[in-house]
Design a protein around this ligand. Sequence first.
Ligand code: GSH
Length: 210
Amino acid sequence: MSGLILTGLYDSPFVRRAALALTFHGIEFEHRALSVFGDFDEVLKVNPLGRAPALEMEDGRVLVDSRAIIEWVEAWADPERRRLTPREQEDLLVTLKIESVAIGLAELAVSRSLEARREPQYQDPARFARLDRQIGSALSWLEERARVIRTQGMPAHGLSRAGIASVCAVTYLRHRWPDLLDAAGCENLVALTAELEQTEPFTLVPFPAG
Ligand SMILES: N[C@@H](CCC(=O)N[C@@H](CS)C(=O)NCC(=O)O)C(=O)O
């Protein structure tokens, strides 16, 4: 497949996980590094929500939302090839549970970043306190499952969509809110993330420096 364009920055856990799924499957795409803030008008042209990621196809059709993009990529991929989604029902349940919590964690971490962008007089300490409890709780939940996240349902090649979502969320926290990550004390999850970040496809879609 060619002619695909993925819009968004890789400092977004959602854009990054869509790019990781495409890369995992060896699907070539052009990366259009637009910011949802600095390039808002351009982003609105491809995504009616004004959000990233958006995946444009050669015929002009656009798929938005990282979960939808991963679903589509997995469905398109040759069924005989390696996948990110387990076929067996129990494995699928565990994988989707972990992926959902990891995506939710990324949403909470991004919400915290959006909250922090407000003028100080409009920032709400109670909102930060709630977000921090939610982030800490989600990290603890993932930490308890760190040993299964890596290979959940996909022992042959050792990566599932649960792993991709978890790594994207934890690496985002490592860059944006390291104190929260350290406070959660999730050593196994942090070690797993560091290990996977050294492997493909993560090395091919790195979190931007700086
Ligand atoms: N559920 C969406 C979330 C996408 C999302 O919230 N992306 C962020 C970038 S990190 C964004 O576009 N934020 C701008 C906004 O919501 O105004 C997905 O998984 O793709």
